[in-house]
Ligand binder design. Structure first.
Ligand code: ZN
Length: 597
């Protein structure tokens, strides 16, 4: 069966909020240099008249561009030669009558551009005709949100003018359809030329131009003059940093951001023309970095735990999966409510950037997903999945809870139905205690006692076996998956070589949120009613936990390898205490998590 897939581009797409903002005063008539500069990692440089000139713009496919020849005379109209430029060999394809200039011995790195795949990609971008400057100078452009103009002065030299009319640069020169700016002119634009001995390349490095903190969204927005890459990493418990692969700040600076768990923010230059933002926090908040896709000059750093709905989809087996993600691990609380039937998930300590959203889904028996900031103190994101009827579901988490998968099955959840699974049976005795007790006999005795207590509380109880017979693990899981009870509880007794060892432990499948909740409740109540040693809640890849689709746990009620505990486990009064703990745990689960219809 093919799966329908509905992708929601949320946070990542959200980054485009920032795009093109500076162009408001004259849309369409400016080049945005951020996207158009020829190359950052590998800038062609020529040396002429005693100074270095750095390629700043490639002027491929300009219809009526007139270049200034080396002798000061106007050269031919480049349009006479204009050819569509192919991606490969773009550098040589653009060389026409000014090729001599490029090939001059003064040139520092003539081959560099052609050799670099990245530069070719940039050059390919430059041949989109609609984006080319079509006219002769003057040429208006934007850089870092500021307006500049390249134009010829009365001496016919190309000069760089800022928005207020100040002449910034000495001159620019045009060679082989590139505009080269003098190095000191670049400085005035906030750009440095950096030489990397390792690759023998020159590259352009742009300054960090702004840093703005949005208190409501707990988001720091950084912008850089030139596109770059950045990453975030934790370097100590209370410290993380963002490193920009290329950039600089004028001077190192320290700021205090009190609202963010007393965060101290330090900006500094790193070797290799990189910038570091270092965050030292009294109370760690977590973080996540997003870059605007293109050009990468805007970065958003989420300093709180931000929620994002990644996608919802119908899986190949017909289940509906709703995938959500956080910038750091979080816990979830769930409730299944009726009229209309809906699963409610609360993620405490998390922030949703957008207004409350209703997403009509209408796949399978899922009708709608609603996402919103349920409350602000403590910040809690609530996700509601409304279904057409009571559905069976499970919640899996990835890692420590950075990502959750909320999965709905085709079958309908049997409200208040508990499937008890007494371990072993028939030819399979299970463990045999030090004085000869069979595990299979203890497990069924406890299971029957749990059943009578649960029935008195109003639950519907089912057994995988109700007498002494052998059933395979596969049959147990199959029965659970056909019956679809609200929960599956497997009951066992333990055996260990160490005869001193005793106590109760409860297992759930790793990542199963309802399983973990149920296991914790059963464990706590059983330790209470029996006074046994608390061996805790654990995860295990047991067959019956892994293969059952419903929330499932397995309780080890005690160690029959321990003589004293074996004696207790054979005693109907003690069995009844164990059963009371299990039933109380189940009852607490239904009352807090839901599922009792
Ligand atoms: Zn067992």
């Amino acid at each position: 069966m093919s799966s329908r897939c509905c992708l929601l581009a949320l946070l990542i797409a959200g980054a485009t909020l920032f795009s093109a903002a500076p162009a408001s005063d004259s849309p369409g008539s400016f080049l945005d240099i951020g996207e158009r500069m020829e190359s950052f990692d590998c800038a062609p440089v020529v040396s002429e008249g005693g100074q270095a000139w750095v390629a700043f713009l490639a002027l491929t496919r300009i219809d009526s561009y007139r270049e200034l020849g080396a002798d000061g005379e106007e050269g031919e109209n480049a349009a006479d030669h204009a050819e569509p430029v192919e991606a490969e060999g773009a550098d040589t394809a653009t060389v026409d009558d000014t090729a001599e200039t490029l090939a001059s011995p003064d040139e520092v790195q003539p081959e560099a551009v052609a050799e670099t795949g990245r530069s070719e990609a940039v050059e390919l971008k430059l041949v989109r005709p609609s984006l080319m400057p079509r006219r002769n100078l003057p040429l208006d452009f934007l850089l870092g949100g500021k307006h500049y103009q390249l134009r010829r002065d009365k001496d016919d030299e190309i000069c760089l003018i800022s928005a207020d009319g100040t002449r910034l640069g000495s001159q620019a020169i045009v060679r082989a359809r590139r505009i080269y700016l003098a190095e000191d002119t670049l400085h005035k634009l906030g750009i440095r030329l950096s030489y990397a001995p390792a690759t023998s390349n020159f590259r352009l490095v742009g300054g960090l131009v702004s840093l703005r903190y949005d208190e409501g969204k707990k988001t720091l927005v950084c912008s850089t003059l030139l596109p770059t890459r950045a990453y975030a990493e934790r370097v100590a418990n209370d410290t993380f940093r963002v490193v920009f692969a290329s950039g600089f700040v004028g001077k190192s600076e320290e700021r205090q951001v009190d609202s963010l768990g007393n965060t101290r923010l330090t900006m500094s230059n790193l070797p290799g023309d990189r910038v570091e933002l270092r965050f030292v926090q009294e109370e760690a908040t977590g973080y996540k970095l997003y870059a605007e896709p293109k050009p990468e000059t805007f970065f958003k750093l989420h300093l709180a735990n931000h929620f994002s709905l990644v996608e919802y989809r119908e899986t190949a087996s017909g289940e509906i999966s709703v995938d959500v993600e956080f910038s750091r691990a979080t816990e979830v609380k769930t409730m299944f409510l009726t009229s209309p039937p809906r699963l409610v998930l609360d993620f405490e300590g998390t922030i949703y950037d957008e207004a409350t959203k209703r997403i009509p889904v209408d796949i399978g028996r899922v009708r709608e997903i609603r996402v919103g900031q349920f409350q602000s103190q403590p910040p809690t994101v609530r996700v509601v999945v409304e279904t057409k009827q009571r559905l069976n579901y499970r919640i899996l988490k990835e890692g420590a809870g950075e990502r959750y998968f909320i999965q709905f099955y085709r079958g309908e959840l049997r409200g208040g139905a508990v499937l008890l699974d007494p371990g072993h049976g028939g030819s399979d005795t299970g463990a045999i205690g030090v004085s000869g007790a069979y595990e299979k006999s203890i497990t069924i005795a406890i299971a029957k006692s749990v059943a009578s207590k649960l029935k008195r509380m109003g639950y519907r109880v089912y057994f995988t076996r109700s007498d002494d017979r052998f059933i395979s693990l596969g049959e147990r899981a199959d029965y659970a998956n056909r019956l679809l009870p609200a929960i599956f509880v497997s009951i066992h007794a333990n055996w260990l070589d160490n005869a001193e060892f005793s106590g109760v432990m409860t297992f759930h499948f790793p990542g199963s949120v309802p399983g973990q909740t149920l296991a914790a409740m059963i464990q706590r109540h059983t330790v209470n009613t029996t006074g046994a040693v608390d061996r805790g809640v654990r995860t295990a890849n047991f067959f019956v936990l892994r293969e059952t689709m419903v929330p499932a746990v397995l309780i080890e009620t005690g160690f029959i390898s321990n003589a004293a505990e074996e004696l207790k486990l054979r005693d109907p009064i003690y069995q009844s205490r164990v059963a009371q703990g299990i039933a109380d745990g189940i009852n607490e689960y239904f009352r807090t998590v839901g599922g009792f219809f």
